[in-house]
Ligand binder design. Structure first.
Ligand code: ZN
Length: 436
């Protein structure tokens, strides 16, 4: 028998729990879900190259992390428990100044490994040296939308360099011609990018038909600074610059007011909730998910980078999101399990313009199997409840992306090399920074 990790072969996933009943899933050799249903194994047993016995595992669409900085895995645990501005200026930025392409490559490999192990098959990334991030994603087999973090600090000279870097990344990703890897424009935030820079990014994204990835209103200070500098709130400024579109993912959005929530809805923006990072850095307000949803914005979920989380486990994130919404807005009916699961899967896929996020025939096979015979899934009264409130990403046993098996029974081929390579890169990075 050929290696199931080898490449595009058809797979019959038998005996898995789909929407509350035991069913089978057939994935064709193009990586598309051919059929989902009860008793399919009879029809497809002869046809499939591989039979994957699910043993009653819970099958769900692969999770989508809509806001992260993948290579920051190398900074995991380097500095914690500080005030946001001190943390950035004293610890994170000085270390990042020493990052090399090799570091971004290994950091992104490590991030992909962690995502595969915890059931995430696609992510929306913003960082530097993204050509090397793309190489890592290509090798690891998951999906990514990659953006260069465009920061002009209101300087025209810097802006030109940032435009060039953005253009270069988009051109580079086109040449890869890999359907799993996409580019986006990444204006960092309204407080780090001039209105001219924001406008350029919006126009560039429209011309090139790529998405936009931005940070928005994470802290209260950002909002008051924006009003002092521009005489208007951040979302209003972004809208005037053309940045708010259906292809835009805005991260954090903690401090949006009612009118800004309406605006996000009207423009069809996706808003990425990053609850763990917000709580760890004490942003003092939770994203108003219920208001944004009611206004028509697409609420999705992200972990943010590993320096402020400190992991990429979307199962952990979805629980934190649900309990934070209930706690902060003082309403236990907010973000119930089914909705919480949807923001981590379908809404994330929609935010990135992917056809995935559902276990439906005709869609690309991004499938995650969560063990049923473990403590966090026993008893199994309600799968959505267990997945959101009881299980962590360690309950994931098998991860499939685009029809390719990336983890089988918790085994990821090549894991050891990734761990070694990333640990070495992180160690050398800190050494270089300390030598100065
Ligand atoms: Zn971020």
């Amino acid at each position: 028998m050929e290696d199931i990790f080898g490449g595009q072969q058809s797979i019959l996933i038998a005996d898995v729990l789909v929407d509350g009943r035991i069913a089978d899933i057939f994935v064709d050799d193009k990586g598309i879900i051919g059929a989902v249903g009860v008793g399919l194994r009879k029809d497809y047993k002869g046809e499939a190259d591989f039979l994957l016995d699910g043993n009653g595992a819970v099958a769900i669409p692969g999770l989508v992390n809509t806001h992260t900085h993948a290579a920051m895995t190398l900074l995991r645990g380097y500095a914690d428990d500080m005030i946001l501005q001190d943390w950035l200026s004293q610890k994170i930025w000085p270390l990042e100044a020493h990052l090399t392409k090799n570091d971004v490559y290994w950091g992104t490999k490590l991030a992909c490994l962690e995502m595969i192990r915890t059931g995430t098959v696609a992510f929306n990334d913003m960082y530097f040296m993204m050509e090397d991030a793309a190489r890592a994603v290509d090798e690891m087999g998951i999906r990514a939308t990659l953006s260069y973090g465009f920061i002009d600090l209101f300087s025209e000279e810097k802006r030109e360099a940032e435009c060039k870097a953005t253009e270069h990344l988009v051109r580079h990703i086109r040449t890869l011609d890999n359907p799993r890897i996409r580019a986006a424009a990444g204006p960092h935030a309204p407080y780090t990018v001039s209105p001219e820079g924001l406008k350029w990014c919006a126009e560039f994204a429209r011309d090139q038909q790529v998405g936009i990835h931005i940070h928005l209103s994470e802290t209260e200070k950002e909002v008051s600074d924006c009003i002092a500098r521009h005489g208007k709130r951040p979302a209003v400024l972004l809208d005037e610059c053309g940045v708010l579109t259906p292809g835009t993912v805005a991260a954090h959005c903690c401090w949006l007011d009612e009118a800004e929530c309406m605006l996000m809805g009207e423009r069809g923006v996706s808003v990425s909730h990053n609850p763990t990072s917000n709580m760890k850095l004490a942003t003092n307000r939770a994203m108003p998910c219920h208001r944004l949803s009611a206004a028509g914005a697409n609420v999705c979920l992200g972990t943010d980078g590993c320096a402020s989380n400190n992991n990429l486990d979307m199962f952990e994130e979805v629980k934190v999101a649900s309990v934070l919404q209930k706690f902060f807005w003082n309403n236990p009916t907010l973000l119930p399990a089914d909705e919480a699961l949807a923001i981590a899967t379908l809404h994330g896929a929609q935010a990135l313009g992917l056809e995935t996020g559902r276990l439906a025939a005709g869609t690309p096979a991004d499938i995650v199997l969560v063990s049923a015979d473990i403590a966090c899934n026993t008893p199994l009264h309600n799968a959505a409840s267990n997945l959101v409130y009881a299980c962590s990403g360690s309950a994931v046993e098998t991860t499939i992306c685009n029809g390719r098996v990336l983890m089988l029974d918790r085994n990821v081929p090549g894991e050891e090399q990734v761990l070694k390579g990333a640990a070495k890169a992180a160690q050398e990075l800190v050494k270089r920074a300390q030598a100065v």
